[in-house]
Design a protein. Structure first.
Length: 226
């Protein structure tokens, strides 16, 4: 399941972040690449423990923690501290799959990457190329979202970023360990949640809503890993 999460950050938060990006010395993005992706990765990043990365990471995590669509779609257990990257001057990231397990630097914590997330800071009109291309069973999905919007996709999928031939593409990227490891089960719960919400708004107090909510929670109870 690939899903766009609109308005994770406000226009003001995006503007503040972009001002902070100007103050940072960006480094070679290969510092966080795995053995296989290091060969195809060509971009810049903010160092993981840089105060700007930590501050903006907190802002993103706080926003996600109260975003109903994100919570319903991801059913998050742990979220990796957000990282930040920048592509310009023809930079790209070739086809790769994200590492399954990531250690949070400087801590004993590890997360299993069930979902990958990319949050956009530059508008689609500000750069050419820079599309995130995610392969799934139905083909390749090409993603380029407005500032403040985020895409969630299965970390199991092959993906790449096309060369940025004009302007700069600045994004945050990170991973989520979900309470529901399986993408198919997580998608079913998300669909059920959306259907219950629609039922509640179209037919308030319909008795089936309680029953369906029970089914949702009982499936979650069966499948959730904590
Ligand atoms: Ni990746």
């Amino acid at each position: 399941m690939l899903i766009s999460i609109p308005d994770v950050l406000t226009a003001e938060e995006v503007a503040q972040a972009r001002a902070l990006f100007e103050t940072v010395e960006w480094v070679d993005g290969r510092v966080t690449a795995g053995h296989q992706s290091v060969k195809t990765k060509d971009n810049l990043q903010i160092p993981e423990n840089h105060p700007v990365a930590r501050q903006l990471g907190e802002t993103i995590l706080a926003a996600l923690g109260k975003h109903p669509l994100f919570l319903s779609a991801a059913l998050p257990l742990r979220v990796f501290p957000p990282l930040f990257n920048r592509y310009s001057g023809g930079q790209s990231f070739g086809t790769h799959v994200d590492n399954a397990i990531r250690q949070v630097t400087g801590t004993p914590h590890r997360i299993r990457t069930d979902l990958s997330a990319t949050l956009f800071f530059a508008g689609p009109e500000e750069y050419d190329g820079g599309e995130l291309c995610v392969e799934d069973a139905y083909g390749v999905k090409r993603v380029k979202l407005p500032p403040g919007h985020m895409v969630l996709y299965p970390a199991t999928s092959l993906h790449h970023v096309t060369p940025v031939t004009r302007g700069a593409r600045v994004c945050s990227f990170f991973w989520i360990q979900s309470m529901i490891r399986d993408d198919g089960q997580r998608s079913l719960l998300f669909d059920l949640d959306l259907a219950i919400q629609r039922l509640n708004s179209d037919h308030p107090n319909h008795p089936s809503a309680v029953q369906l909510t029970g089914v949702y929670h009982n499936l979650l109870r069966q499948w959730a890993e904590m």
